[in-house]
Ligand binder design. Sequence first.
Ligand SMILES: Nc1ncnc2c1ncn2[C@@H]1O[C@H](COP(=O)(O)OP(=O)(O)O)[C@@H](O)[C@H]1O
Ligand SMILES: [Mg+2]
Length: 303
Amino acid sequence: MPGMDRYAAESRRLQSMSMPFLNEELMKGTPRFRGQDLRDPRLRRSTLDPKAIVFESRLGGGSDGFVWKVRFGDEGPFALKVYWDQVPPHEPGSYYSMQRECQNAAVFQMMEASLDVDPVLVYEQPLGRKEAIENYFSFCEENCYPNLIPNSGKPVALPGAKFISTLPRLTKCYGWLKLRKDLWSSLPDDMQASHEDPNKVKKLMSSHLNCIGVVYELIEDGENDAAAIAELDRFLWQAGFAFTITPNLKDWKSGIMIDHAGIVHVRGYGWNEDDYLKRCVSDMLAKLDDQTNSQGDEPLGAK
Ligand SMILES: Nc1ncnc2c1ncn2[C@@H]1O[C@H](COP(=O)(O)OP(=O)(O)O)[C@@H](O)[C@H]1O
Ligand SMILES: [Mg+2]
């Protein structure tokens, strides 16, 4: 019965939305990466002091939130992203972007911690949900392979498998922090969040909660490099991530992906096998190629 399917899908969505995704622990050192941690990824709290925040400029907004260039005392600059939805959205089928980005960032940090210890053995060409999940959990501490790797020389994988030994270049995440709810009224007009859909701004401004924001490394505009994009795309596939929207060059600067709301880890809400197998970054690379050919030496980063 289609009605029942929709009901079941919505109750699954609500269940996912209610999964906690913030860890109160401060982001100091590397995180734990046991299987249980990958099953329930939670982003640690930033060590930056929200009371020392200085808003320097607006970087822009999108469908998920607004981003500012900020400093914390004399530390920075950073990119601060504050999500329009500070609580799970009501619209059936919609994802909770703050939850998705916090989980993705937590997963990347756990994968990095795992790779710091030993290379990780994965299917080179994972072809569905089952292999994506196996690859994802290859990064957990219980599955570290130190004993299989000879002390000398490079690790050898069987055909169809490969060792991943480094994380590709990703926008670094410095954790989440809580901002006072009266912060917006103290910001000058030219620093206020804006969006073509005023309801998004209203949702954030009228939130009666202290806002949660996520601090990222600030990525400067710069030319996009096809090899770096392809490398990240391959890593995401092998680590079990799917693009939930067609990747677009506007979400990349200097060959680095800056918007992490368009990808989802294999256990996250909105992951599906069709998206996973589509591998649609090639369209974006073709566009990049066209731009390079038609614009000669002009920088592409801001496109
Ligand atoms: N880490 C970052 N460094 C520099 N600019 C950023 C960073 N994150 C976001 N931005 C800028 O802020 C704007 C909105 O960010 P984005 O993450 O795409 O928001 P949304 O998820 O709502 O689409 C974009 O124009 C982007 O260029
Ligand atoms: Mg965006």
